[in-house]
Design a protein around this ligand. Sequence first.
Ligand code: PLP
Length: 435
Amino acid sequence: MSHLFYQGRTRKPVLAQARGVYMWDEGGKRYLDGSSGAMVCNIGHSNEAVLEAMRRQMEKSTFGYRLHFETEASERLAARTVEKTPVGLNKVFFVSGGSEAVESAMKLARQHAIATGREQRWKVISRSPSYHGCTLGALAVTGYATLTQPFAPMMREMPKIPAPRAYLDGLDPTDPATGDHYADMLEDCIAREGAASVLAFLMEPVGGASTGALVPPTGYMKRIRQICDRHDIILIMDEVMTGAGRTGAFLGADHWGVTPDIVVLSKGFAAGYAPLGAIVASDAIVDPVLDAGGFAHGFTYAGNPLACAAGHAVLEEIDRLGLIKNAARMGDRLRARLDGLMERHEIIGDVRGKGLLLAFEFMADRVSKRPLPKEYDAYLRFVEIAYEKGLIVYARRTRDGVEGDHILVCPPLTVTNTHLDEIIEVLDQSLQQFT
Ligand code: PLP
């Protein structure tokens, strides 16, 4: 009898061991981790250099409260993070996960507004669909009704604009007019809400679980930056899933040469070796807050030395093994092979993504883009079939309120051609069984 409870009553097999891209349950069955857990284990499991760095740190200290001590581990990780993020982002604040990081980014933005005499600014505009975390603050900016609705009376919902879904709207994502069309929805929303009340705009550069790896159309990101600048609105980039190399650049936003005011990191940042997240912000955001008396926010485990040592070793391994380049190269190959699956399987209506953040979407009909019926529970059923065959993939319902299912295929950035063969083989068999 288990005393644990998560989402439902189904009990998963017990994990016995994990190495590289593989995991074994206690019955000895092997699984290929085709989604890096929840797009977390970017450098693969049980990386020896990271384990060794953590052992060394444990022998020195495992906890130092942030109000009593700085630690070498957190200083080193902060310095390395600043090196990796765009010029000008040079202040780091550590937390233990993605939701905490999103909350921290919004609270930092709010305190910046107060410190700079703009107290009337408090609205954080975000997009729908989107996912920014499960705590009440992060839920308020999440555009996913199934998750947010039950808690609506307990939180102050924030304004949303549609996330660009050119493929559904019949628009060409490579046409700059498409990018303008969606970015201008932010301009309209700001006008509706009143620019003087808008604090920040929050977005995922490439959608994660929310949109199933949707990439913004040409021109969108640059125009979003311009709109934020024009209205003095803080641009917060949620790189929880895209950050630390997953899309083939350190940040997703790097692909478009856009520098956010605050970057939110977690997941691949410590790659599952320890619970860790961070926000990285410019001096222009942080200094007024510190001058006004400090950031009135913080978690007990902030800057935990063991988590920071793990994060630092993960970033070192990403560089040593050339994993960002590998994500780009293997991402292109995997993408081409998913396109191949789409040619063979009518049920796949779209393949998309960047680097190793890739997904395909099921459709009942490619021309009308009609989704599979909700009762079909396609995303859950497909995951079960693949799991049975020893492949872990991540799935969600893409079109909130209008059923649609996507499957994210996001293996660790250490993936090789042989692993790709195995992933495609199992996906192919699973699709045959599914349809
Ligand atoms: N932001 C994004 C883009 C995410 O994908 C997630 C988690 O999936 C979060 C925030 C929340 O992170 P966590 O589950 O670590 O709280």
